[in-house]
Design a protein around this ligand. Structure first.
Ligand SMILES: NC(=O)c1ccc[n+]([C@@H]2O[C@H](COP(=O)([O-])OP(=O)(O)OC[C@H]3O[C@@H](n4cnc5c(N)ncnc54)[C@H](OP(=O)(O)O)[C@@H]3O)[C@@H](O)[C@H]2O)c1
Length: 268
C-alpha cells in the first residue's frame, strides 16, 4: 500500500511498539487515528501533517472500535489500514495459569483485534481496498516454557489472521500477520501472572526495529513478517533441524516451571 496520506488506525499507540509504529507512519505522511486506554505521554504520531486523532478506550469494548472507525471516516473521509497492536503478556507455567488471567489476556489479545476487524472490514470491502495488520508473536509458532497461555492467545490471533486473509482474497482487502521476537518495552510490567525475572544483558529488539519492518511490510504488500534478533533467528533454524536439542536448551535457559522462580525473562 501507498503510505503517504493513507488513513491508519493504530491500537496500543500510547507506548512501546504501537507508539513506534505511529511515529514511523507519521514520518511517512500517514494520517492517524490512535487508540489506547490512556494517551500516554502525548506526542505520538506527530509529523508534518494533521495531528493524529485519539480515541481513548478499551479494545475489548466493541464501541472503542466503532468510534475509531467513525473517527477515521469523519476526520479523513476513508480508512486504509488498521493495526491491531494493543495486547499484553501472561507468564506462568501452564499448570499454574489462573483461568481469570488467561480469560482477560485472551479478551485483549484476541477479542480486541476481532472488534476492530468487525468494525473496519465492511467499509474496506465496500471501497474495494484496505489492510488489516495483526500483531501476534514469535511464540505463536515456537513454544517457550512459562509463555504457554500467552502463546495460545497469540496463536489464536495468528490463526484468525491467516483465515481472514484467505476469506478476503479478491476483495482488495489484505491481511498482514506480524510475529515479533523479544522487544524492549514496558510489556513485562503490564503482564499478568508471575513476574518476569530480570535477565541483564539479554539482547532484545527495539520498538523502532519492529516499526520499521512493519511499515516496510505494509508498503510491500507482504502477508507475514517475523521480526527477530540474530540469536532468535538462529534458535528458530536450529529448532527445525534438531527440535529436541532446542527444547532442552530452552528448558535449561528458562526452566520448566518446577519452582516459582523458573521461567523466561523475555517479553515475547
Ligand atoms: N514486547 C515484546 O517483547 C513483544 C513481543 C512480541 C509481540 N508483542 C506484542 O506487541 C504488542 C505491543 O506490545 P508492547 O511490547 O509494545 O507492549 P506495551 O509497551 O505494554 O504496550 C501495550 C500497548 O497496548 C495498550 N493496551 C493494553 N491493553 C489495552 C486495552 N485493553 N485496550 C486498549 N489498549 C490497550 C497500552 O496502552 P494503555 O495501557 O494506555 O491502554 C499500550 O499502548 C502486543 O500485542 C504484544 O503482545 C510484544
Amino acid at each position: 500500500m501507498h503510505l503517504r496520506d493513507s488513513v491508519v488506525i493504530v491500537t496500543g499507540a500510547s507506548r512501546g511498539i504501537g507508539r513506534a509504529i505511529a511515529d514511523r507512519l507519521a514520518a511517512e505522511g500517514s494520517l492517524l487515528v490512535l487508540v489506547a486506554r490512556s494517551a500516554g505521554g502525548g506526542g505520538q504520531g506527530e509529523g508534518e501533517g494533521p495531528a493524529p486523532r485519539w480515541v481513548t478506550g478499551d479494545v475489548v469494548d466493541p464501541d472503542t472500535a466503532r468510534k475509531a472507525v467513525a473517527a477515521a471516516l469523519e476526520s479523513f473521509g476513508r480508512l486504509d489500514a488498521v493495526i491491531n497492536n494493543a495486547g499484553l503478556g501472561l507468564r506462568a507455567p501452564v499448570w499454574r495459569i489462573a483461568p481469570e488471567d488467561l480469560r482477560y489476556v485472551l479478551d485483549v489479545n484476541l477479542i480486541g483485534p476481532l472488534n476492530f476487524i468487525r468494525a473496519a472490514v465492511p467499509p474496506m470491502v465496500e471501497r474495494g481496498r484496505g489492510l488489516i495488520v495483526n500483531v501476534s508473536s514469535a511464540v505463536a509458532r515456537r513454544p517457550v516454557p512459562s509463555l504457554g497461555g500467552y502463546a495460545a492467545t497469540k496463536a489464536a490471533l495468528l490463526s484468525l489472521s491467516e483465515t481472514l486473509r484467505m476469506e478476503l482474497s479478491g476483495t482488495g482487502v489484505e491481511v498482514l500477520s506480524v510475529l515479533p521476537g523479544s522487544v524492549e518495552t514496558g510489556f513485562k510490567s503490564a503482564a499478568r501472572g508471575e513476574p518476569y525475572p530480570e535477565r541483564p544483558g539479554a539482547v532484545r529488539l527495539e520498538p523502532t526495529d519492529v516499526a520499521d519492518r512493519v511499515v516496510r511490510a505494509m508498503a510491500a504488500g507482504r502477508r507475514e513478517v517475523a521480526v527477530l534478533s540474530r540469536s532468535e533467528r538462529l534458535a528458530l533454524l536450529a529448532g527445525r533441524v534438531a527440535p529436541g536439542l532446542v527444547e532442552k536448551a530452552l528448558l535449561r535457559r528458562y526452566g520448566g516451571g518446577g519452582s516459582p522462580g523458573d521461567g523466561p525473562g523475555q517479553g515475547v
